[in-house]
Structure formats: C-alpha cells, structure tokens
Design a protein around this ligand. Structure first.
Ligand code: ZN
Length: 136
C-alpha cells in the first residue's frame, strides 16, 4: 500500500468565509498516483472546519448565517474572557476538521453537489490543509 502525504496553504481574507479547495485536493490525489484507496483531508486548526457540500455562493451565505445564528460570535462565551473566538472553536468542533473520501479509478468519489469546502471561522489567517492519500 502506498501512503502519500502532502499539504498546501490557503490564505483567507474574512473573519467568516467559505473557500472551495476541491481542485487542490484533486491535484494531490492525481500526484499521489493512487488509483484505489482513500483520501484524508485534515485541517490542523481548531477554528476552521471542513464540509462536503455544494459550491453555490447563496448557499454559502446561508451556511455562514447558520453558523452565526447558532455559534453567536458576540455570545457570552467563557473562552472570550481569554480570547475572542469562542464561536470559531465551537463551530469547528461541531462541524469537524477532517473528512475522508474514497478514491476509485484515480478519482475522488463524490456527488455532483459535494465539493470540499473550507470554512474559515476566525480569519483572516493562513490555513494549512493536510492531505494524506492511502491505497494502491
Ligand atoms: Zn481561542
């Protein structure tokens, strides 16, 4: 079994933002040479998250609105006593920082409306995206 490790950087420009990283992950899979296996996409961050969903900007606005409604950035959170980003930690923890996709015949197996989306929850920042490809 081959194990291929790679990472790239995404520079975000807003406090809350969604960035489509599908192409960058697909490039890593192509470079890995793995035809059948799995692809682990991971953010080594506690204030950003990963989702698989549609690349549609109105829906992205809806997602960001939902995040702000549920994890209120100006909420009375304990963590904000020592930092000002409790909402980002909370949303990141609930949404998750890792996604795993199958690889079949050299392609990520994903639905038409399943792009790989990075949610910036406490930007702007430089975010590392780790991609590990395992298979044959
Ligand atoms: Zn914090």
């Amino acid at each position: 079994m081959k194990i291929y490790f790679s990472e790239f950087e995404v520079v975000t420009s807003s406090r809350l933002e969604i960035i489509d990283i599908t192409k960058m992950v697909e490039e890593v899979v192509a470079k890995s040479g793995v035809r059948n296996g799995i692809c682990v996409v991971h953010l080594p961050h506690a204030t950003a998250a990963l989702m698989l969903n549609e690349a549609e900007t109105r829906l992205w606005h809806d997602y960001l609105r939902l995040v702000k409604d549920v994890f209120k950035p100006d909420g009375d959170w304990q963590h904000n006593i020592i930092d000002s980003n409790a909402h980002a930690h909370l949303a990141s923890g609930f949404i998750g920082q890792t996604r795993i996709l199958p690889i079949k015949d050299g392609q990520l197996v994903r639905g038409t409306w399943q792009n790989i989306l990075l949610l910036e929850l406490d930007g702007p920042r430089h975010r590392r995206v780790v991609v590990e490809v395992l298979g044959e």
